[in-house]
Design a protein around this ligand. Structure first.
Ligand code: PLP
Length: 421
């Protein structure tokens, strides 16, 4: 499972209905992923997923996940507004912002969202911006290196997030003076990992820290938020996360640290983004240019503005050429976008079947941190988003940007007929 990949005919059908480029998301795949994930955690008390909105902030998708029982994790005022517009409220919302503008905390409090404090100084900010709630969440940064066995999984000592162990205690004591009774604990220590030990190791660290903090502060630990980070196989032969083993590992840590010590009622939350929607999205493009100089370049009608991960992290995204996948992959090419930036390459030295102008080219695993990370460099307009519904029909769920969108923030003649040639 869960790489419920689509057949080439689906991409041809979608491209016959919508001009490229567009991100295509599959509703059935998203629902299956959500159901499988939630089932894998059925042995964990009061488990709930809060989908990380930044991964795919599109109402049609958020509503699907809402129907599957998920809440949302927001990090900005606009994400909170989006959550509200999609019908999320109160304890459906986790607000995990860092370097937070104070007025955004006020809005989160108005919505009744959980506020996840990233820093000790935010206790004071919260006090004067919406007030300290009865139930608060704190983000922990254990510092140093985060290891599982001998493997370094993350570098919290160099991460800007969270507070130190001692700051957790101090923050809780001040919150307690101001009326807090219960607290949650959160930490994000490793990104895009399919290692089945990640969540269980993180869970144990948070469970034990939470248990100590209860003793030190007299407050009740009401939940542990395991945050995001469970990864997906971007490379075709990479292993996928064994989500059933991960759920079982967290349940076992729960029994050992909580149940066996007479601690009850600690709910478990997650904030996965990538795992939920990443493999269930594809950037569908056409090849519009070819270029042969010292290398061969396959030029697409999309750019890093539609999918930034390869340019930003050198990330691998699998690429297929529908209708040509049975041919030998014997041509080494760079697959490019059209920005004036040499890192605007979806792939470097990739072996593909010979491509011609007009070929459909599909970039895989774009369902998380894809369209949402996009930008407008070179005045490029970000592409549309299409949903393949459960009945196999296609629906436009976000139109492409237009020049009017680009000019909307400028004091300029809005008569586009005059601007255009
Ligand atoms: C980005 C982020 C997530 C989601 O991360 P994924 O890698 O998509 O699972 C969850 N929580 C917080 C606080 C984040 O910043």
């Amino acid at each position: 499972m869960p790489n419920f990949s689509l057949s080439d005919s689906v991409f041809f059908e979608a491209a016959a209905q919508f001009s490229t480029p567009f991100h295509l998301y599959d509703e059935a795949c998203i629902r299956k992923t959500a159901r499988r994930f939630i089932k894998a955690f059925s042995g964990v008390p009061s488990f709930r997923e809060y989908f990380a909105v930044k991964a795919l902030p599109t109402p049609a998708i958020l509503r699907i996940l809402k129907e599957e029982g998920c809440g949302v994790d927001c990090a900005s005022e606009t994400e909170l507004m989006l959550a509200k517009a999609c019908g999320f409220s109160g304890d459906d919302i986790m607000f995990s912002a860092n370097d937070v503008p104070p007025h955004e905390v006020v809005f989160a409090r108005e919505l009744g969202a959980y506020v996840n404090l990233d820093d000790f100084t935010h206790v004071e900010i919260l006090k004067h911006n919406g007030g300290i709630p009865e139930e608060i969440c704190l983000r922990f940064n254990p510092g140093g290196e985060f290891r599982i066995g001998t493997t370094i999984m993350g570098d919290p000592g160099n991460a800007k997030y969270g507070m130190t162990r001692d700051q957790l205690r101090q923050a809780l004591l001040i919150c307690k003076e101001n009326g807090t009774r219960k607290f949650g604990l959160h930490s994000f220590l490793s990104s895009n990992t399919t290692d089945p030990a990640y969540y269980p190791t993180l869970a144990r660290l948070l469970f034990e820290t939470g248990r100590e903090l209860m003793a030190e502060t007299g407050l009740t630990l009401s939940f542990v938020n395991l945050s995001g980070g469970v990864g997906i196989p971007y490379l075709p032969d990479a292993p996928e996360a064994d989500i059933e083993a991960i759920g079982a590992g967290v349940a076992e840590a729960y029994r050992e640290v909580f149940t066996n010590n007479g601690i009850e009622g600690v709910a478990i939350k997650s904030e996965l983004g990538r795992y939920m929607t990443g493999p269930n999205g594809w950037l569908v493009t056409h090849m519009i240019n070819e270029k042969n100089i010292y290398k061969r370049y396959v030029g697409l009608d999309a750019s890093a503005c539609d999918l930034m991960r390869p340019a930003m992290y050198g990330a691998y995204h699998h690429i297929t050429v529908p209708g040509k996948e049975h041919l030998p992959h014997d041509e080494q090419v760079d697959v490019t976008g059209n920005l004036c930036e040499n890192n605007d390459k979806f792939a470097v030295d990739r072996m593909l079947p010979h491509c011609d102008i007009g070929d459909l080219v599909v970039i895989h695993d774009t369902g998380a941190h894809g369209r949402s990370m996009g930008y407008n460099y070179n005045g490029k307009l970000r592409c549309k988003e299409v949903l393949r519904c459960e009945d196999g029909s296609f629906k436009l769920i976000r139109r492409a940007e237009t020049p009017a969108d680009y000019f909307a923030t400028l004091d300029i003649d809005p008569d586009f007929s005059k601007l255009h040639r």
